[in-house]
Design a protein around this ligand. Structure first.
Ligand code: ATP
Ligand code: MG
Length: 228
């Protein structure tokens, strides 16, 4: 069992998109997932209920005092629990962090994304100290445009702050927007390859311990190399 929370105080950084990609990839591998949506906009839960064809139990939890109880209930039922959180500072996000094995902090290519990712990273570490456990946190670049000056600047800013980032980046691709209409999480092309690489990296990190085998698909690696 594993719990992954998507969080950053920055709005529109890619929390829900990253959650959708992880859910799609894990679901396709046949593992069970429960989703907790703490965002009053309910973007992820509405998408799962109305647009996506995946049958995944989803709970919208807007009362922060119920977040831990609901996550623990899902932890007993599913291989993997994915928690999506709202932008800004919310007690529900802190509670979700406290229940997590890994917090993923999406950021796009702007200075504001870096500063909010930094604050969020420090919130995870504080929460871990408070809870007396080690909660891993990793940044993930979304809406990423490789080989640009801005990408280099943002990566340098992240490195200067010693913030750990995943190797896998979700590039600026229409497919990531299209899934919000179709409900289909891309499994082919560059977006599909990046989704699979993301899950593989999470597995290598130990954040998906229920997965028994190393995910091996050379086509994915080749597709990604061609695209980047
Ligand atoms: N890799 C990407 N390529 C193209 N568009 C992207 C990518 N990642 C995110 N987006 C788009 O950016 C917008 C914000 O993404 P998303 O909703 O995932 O962010 P969020 O952090 O969940 O936002 P909020 O704080 O409002 O919950 C969406 O329109 C989404 O489709
Ligand atoms: Mg969102």
């Amino acid at each position: 069992m594993s719990t992954i929370t998507l969080a950053t105080t920055k709005g529109g950084a890619g929390k829900t998109t990253t959650a959708q990609m992880i859910i799609g990839a894990i679901h396709r591998l046949g593992y069970t997932i429960g989703v907790i949506d703490c965002d009053e906009n309910r973007t992820l839960s509405r998408w799962l209920e109305n647009t996506s064809k995946m049958a995944i139990e989803t709970s919208v939890v807007l009362d922060e005092s119920l977040v831990v109880k609901e996550i623990q209930k899902f932890q007993r039922k599913y291989d993997c629990v994915i928690v999506d959180t709202p932008a800004g500072y919310h007690q529900s996000t802190i509670f979700a962090m406290g229940c997590s094995d890994l917090v993923l902090i999406p950021l796009q290519l702007s200075y504001g994304d870096v500063t909010e990712a930094d604050k969020t990273y420090r919130l995870v570490k504080s929460t871990g100290r408070m809870a007396g456990k080690k909660i891993r946190a990793r940044l993930i670049y979304t809406d990423y445009v490789p080989k640009t000056k801005i990408a280099k600047k943002v990566r340098k800013a992240v490195d200067d702050l010693s913030l750990p980032a995943l190797k896998t980046r979700l590039h600026h691709l229409v497919a990531f927007k299209d899934l919000t209409f179709t409900g289909d999480v891309p499994k082919k092309g560059t977006a599909g390859a990046q989704g699979q690489l993301l899950v593989r990296e999470l597995h290598e990190l130990g954040a998906l311990p229920f997965m028994e085998e190393q995910l091996e698909d050379r086509n994915v690696v080749v597709a990604f190399k061609e695209a980047s």
